[in-house]
Write a protein that binds this ligand. Structure first.
Ligand code: UDP
Ligand code: MG
Length: 314
């Protein structure tokens, strides 16, 4: 079984030599144990780094041909760099594992993933068993994002980032998703196939610093929701309906005050009614438009409608 390990790299000149060395040793060991073929390899995807990352990849490649590389013309973000890597190894491996360049995800879990692959699993998710090494802030904000996304209708695997194994068949199915707002954690669970989970403790970065500050994390999370769910628009519609119900109560109140109270300002009743009824109607109207936009949003993605797993035809 040929294993490809795909590593997106952005300004990782410090971490990459350590990471490559460690992963090559891991490949040696797996080859010795018969878990992976000796020509298994690493693919480093340089995501338009500003530092010497590409030179480092070239040096590693000269020393050991099992380190392969692709160099993106400019910085396109973690998800796109990862996809570029996965699509490059597609057809040239039996399974691919994606892992960050900073070794925060324990490489030993790759052995467990490959064992699951040998048992017939086609997608194996790496899930963090603890986040003790993350700062309190990173941990709490990440967990808040997970539950917020879930409420917004996005199905993801809890505490799983982009550390996973995918079989070549899974990569082929992934290649049919043509969307450009890429959120792999949401797409991969939609692919189907037999899946498994392996857990590992998350460690500190081996070198360098995080390329995911809060600003990027926030926009990543919003990207995830808006790429998968039109539910926020439905909420506008529902809010409109609730406000319309309130508007009806307000109407009753206005009529009672109008007929039974003797100190009513001129124009108060008509103003009150217009504000409430018009306000809720406008929200409902936006919600209805939203439902259609939601449909368009799903259509333009041209996502595959189904994936056939097995056929019996003779
Ligand atoms: N990365 C990338 N392009 C970017 C930002 C990050 O390819 O624009 C890579 C980075 O080199 C690393 C991975 O994505 O391999 C995850 O980034 P990082 O470890 O900084 O994120 P964190 O673990 O702090 O969330
Ligand atoms: Mg990291």
């Amino acid at each position: 079984m040929v294993l490809a390990i795909v590593i997106p790299c952005y300004n990782e000149e410090q971490a990459l030599p350590i990471t490559a060395e460690k992963l090559l040793r891991l490949l040696d060991r797996m080859a010795a144990e018969g878990l992976a073929a000796p020509d298994s390899y690493l693919l480093c995807c340089n995501d338009g780094s500003r530092d010497r990352t590409w030179e480092v990849i070239e040096e590693l490649h000269l020393r050991d041909k099992r380190v392969k590389g692709i160099n993106l013309a400019h910085n396109r973000g973690h998800q796109n760099a990862l996809l570029a890597g996965l699509m490059t190894v597609r057809g040239h491996c039996d399974a691919a594992v994606s892992i960050d360049a900073d070794l925060q995800d324990d490489p030993e879990a790759i052995v467990k993933m490959v064992k699951e692959f040998h048992k017939g699993k086609e997608i194996v998710y790496g899930v963090r068993s603890s986040r003790d090494s993350d700062t309190w802030f990173k941990r709490t904000s990440a967990h808040a994002f997970y539950s917020f996304q879930k409420n917004m209708g996005l199905e993801t695997v809890y505490d799983h980032a982009d550390y996973r194994l995918m079989s070549d068949r899974a990569l082929n199915l992934l290649s049919e998703y043509g969307e450009s707002n890429l959120f792999l954690r949401g797409i991969v669970p939609q692919i189907g196939l037999d899946t498994a989970i392996v857990t590992y403790p998350r460690a500190e970065r081996v070198a360098g610093e995080s390329k995911y500050p809060l600003k990027k994390m926030l926009s990543f999370s919003i990207d995830g929701i808006t790429s998968f769910s039109a539910r926020p628009m439905r909420w506008i519609f529902i809010t409109g309906l609730v406000l319309l119900a309130v508007a009806l109560l307000v109407t009753v109140y206005v009529f009672i005050s109008y007929f039974y109270s003797d100190h009513i300002e001129a124009g108060w009743a008509s103003l009150m009614l217009s504000v409430w009824i018009l306000g809720s109607m406008i929200l409902i109207a936006i919600g209805i438009v939203g439902e259609y936009i939601g449909k368009i949003f799903n259509e333009v993605k041209h996502r595959p409608r189904y994936a056939i797993r097995d056929t019996l035809w003779d």
